[in-house]
Design a protein around this ligand. Sequence first.
Ligand code: BGC
Length: 763
Amino acid sequence: MKKLCLLGLSIGLASHSVWADTKPAPIENKDAFVSNLMKQMTLDEKIGQLRLISIGPEMPRELIRKEIAAGNIGGTFNSITRPENRPMQDAAMRSRLKIPMFFAYDVIHGHRTIFPIPLALASSWDMDAIGRSGRIAAKEAAADSLDITFAPMVDISRDPRWGRTSEGFGEDTYLVSRIAKVMVKAYQGETPSAADSIMASVKHFALYGAVEGGRDYNTVDMSPVKMYQDYLPPYRAAIDAGAGGVMVALNSINGIPATANLWLMQDLLRKEWGFKGLAVSDHGAIFELIKHGVARDGREAAKLAIKAGIDMSMNDTLYGKELPGLLKSGEIQQSDIDNAVREVLGAKYDMGLFKDPYLRIGKAEDDPADTYADSRLHRAEARDVARRSMVLLKNQNETLPLKKTAKIVLVGPLAKAPIDMMGSWAAAGKPEQSVTLLDGMTHALGDQAKLTYVRGANITEDKKVLDYLNFLNFDAPEVVNDPRSAQVMIDEAVKAAQQSDVIVAAVGESRGMSHESSSRTDLNIPANQRDLIKALKATGKPLVLVLMNGRPLTILEEKEQADAILETWFTGTEGGNAIADVLFGDYNPSGKLPISIPRSVGQIPTYYNHLSIGRPFTPGKPGNYTSQYFDDTTGPLFPFGYGLSYTSFSLSDMALSSTTLNKTGKIDASVTVKNTGKRDGETVVQLYIQDVVGSMIRPLKELKNFQKVMLKAGEQKVIHFTIEEDDLKFYNAQLKYAAEPGKFNVQIGLDSEDVTQQSFELL
Ligand code: BGC
C-alpha cells in the first residue's frame, strides 16, 4: 500500500471517480516520479513495459488481460474503443504496480471523420486547415480512449512509385517541415497530457521516403549532406515542436537498418537533437534485423535494437524472450533496459496517464451509445478542409465550374466508391459514412438534377493487380469488379455521354494502389480506364476528369484529352460533397501541388529543387551533350507549387528593400498580387531562393516561405516576406550549418517555375 501511495496512486483504481482531476502533473516531478517507480520494478515488469502489441479481432481477450495484469504488456495498438480498452486498463490496475497501459493507433488523416490523405492536406498549403484536421482527429481519437498516434508521417517522397507517397506531405523539405510542426501541435494541443490530446510519434525515422527505386522497404543510401539538407529537417521540426514519440523506419540507411542504427538513434536523435521521448520500432522491425542480415538470430536482433535505443518493440516477442538472457550473459547492461523503460514510463507520464489512467477512457456510463454514430463526426470541417485540398490542373474554355442546369453524365469506377474516397490509413473511418462523388453531385443538384451515372469501367481488368489489391490487409475484398466486359461498359458510357452536355469522369487508383507495400512501376491510369477516357473524348462532349489517386500519375495523354482536370487525391468522409462544391463553383479551387507530376516514370525523380549541373539543358536549344532525356520533353508535366483557380491572378512590382544583407539584418521582399478575374479566390504566393555560388553545389531554387492569400475579384494586395541570414543557411561538406556570403536570387511566383526574380548580396 505504502509503495502505491508513493507512486501517487491509490487502490480502487478501476473506478474513474478517483481520477476526476485531469490537470497534468507538474512536469518537474517527472524524472523523480519515473526513477522512483523504476526502483520498485522487477526485471520482468521492466521488460513488460517494452512490449507493444497489436490487438486483432481474433485475439483471446482474457489471455491478454491476464498478461497485462501480470505486467507483461506496456501498451496496445489497434484496439480503438472505450469499451475495448477499459477492461485492459482495469487489468493494468490489477497489476502489482498499477502502471497504466497506453492505447495507440494510426490516426493519420482523421480518426472517425476522415480528412483528405496527407498528400492532399499538403496540397492545401493551408496551415490553418491542416491544423484543424489534426486537432479534430486528436479529439475524436482521445474520445475513443486513444493516447498516442503513429503520426505525422513526414518522410520526404520524391519518387511517386512509392505507395506511401500518399501518406506523406510531398517532396519539399520546407513545406513538409512546416506541416510537421502544425500536425504535432494539433495532435498534442497545449499538452499531450490533456484529455482531448494524443501524443504524436513522428515517423518513419528516418529517410523511409527515399527507398531505392520507390520500392517499399528497400534500402536507402544517401550522402550525409543530402540527409541533413533535404530529408532530416521534417523529423527535426516535429521533434522541436514537442513530438513525444518517434517511430523508427523499416529501411536501412547506408547499410545499417534504422532499428539497429547507433548513429541514427543515439548520435543524431538523442545526442545531437536532444530527443527525450519514446522510440518505437515499426511493426516486427526487430525481428527483421535477421532478414536484413545484420543479426544471426532473435537474440542478436534484440541486442542490437536495445543497444540502439529502440524503447518499445512493436508486435514482436523478442525483447521478452531475449533480454533476460542477454542481461545475464553481460551482453547488454541493466542501463540499456532502464533507458528504454524510462522513456516508456516518461511517455505515459507525459500522456497524463499516471495522474489518471482513465483520462481518455472515461466512465462507462459516459460511453457513446453508438460509437459509430454520425453525430460523432465532424462533417462540416471535413468538407471545408477537403475542398481546400484539391488542385485544378487544367480548365480549358472555362469548362469548370459546371452549370447546375446542364445535362451531366457521371462515369468512372471512382464515382461511386465509398471506400476509396477515404484513402488508405483511414483509421476508424467507415465507408458507409463517406460521401461518394455521385452522392455529392446529387445533393448539390437537388431538384434540378439532370445527372446520369454509369460505371464505364472497373478500376482495373488486370487480374494480377486485382488479386494484389484484394489480398492487402483490409477487412474484406475492396475492389469488386462489375462482371460485364470492359467494352460493354464503355459502350454504355459513350451512349450516355452522347445524350449529355458534359461528361465528368472519376478515374484513377483504388486506395490500395497507394498504400504501404503498393509500389508501382507504371504510374498510368489503368489501361481499361484509359480506354474509357479515349472513348469519351471521341464523343466530342466536354470532358472533365476528376482524378482520385494517392500519388502523382503520369497523365500525359489525359492532359490533352480532357478539357478540365481536377486532382482530388482521396478526399475523405465528405469528399463527394467537397468535390461537388468545386465542380459547381460553390468553392473556388485554391490547392497547389506539393509534389511534381512527372511526364513519365522514366523521368523520375522530377523534384523541382535539384542541384545545379555542369551541362544543364536549356529549353528551346538543342539538347546534345546536355543533361536531358532525348526522347521526351524536359521537365515535369505539372511543376511543384502549380494549381489553377476559377479566377486569375497576376504578380507585379516585385521589390527587395535592399540589394545587400548583413548577418544581423533583414530584407523585405514584396510583391503585388492581384485577382484579375471575375470571382473571389485564394492563391499561394511562393518565395524561392537560390544561392548562386557556394562552397557546395546548391539547388536551383528552394522554397523558403509562402502565403495563402484571399482576394476578392479585382482586389490586390502587397505581400511581404522577410529574408534573414537563417533562410540562407545550409549544411556544407563538413555538415556545418551556415550561410555563405555572395549572391542570392529571390524568386516569387504562383508556382515553382513561373517566377519573377531579383537579387541581393549577403555580406
Ligand atoms: C507501418 C507503420 C504503422 C504500423 C502500425 C507498419 O506496417 O509501417 O507506419 O504505424 O504498421 O500499424
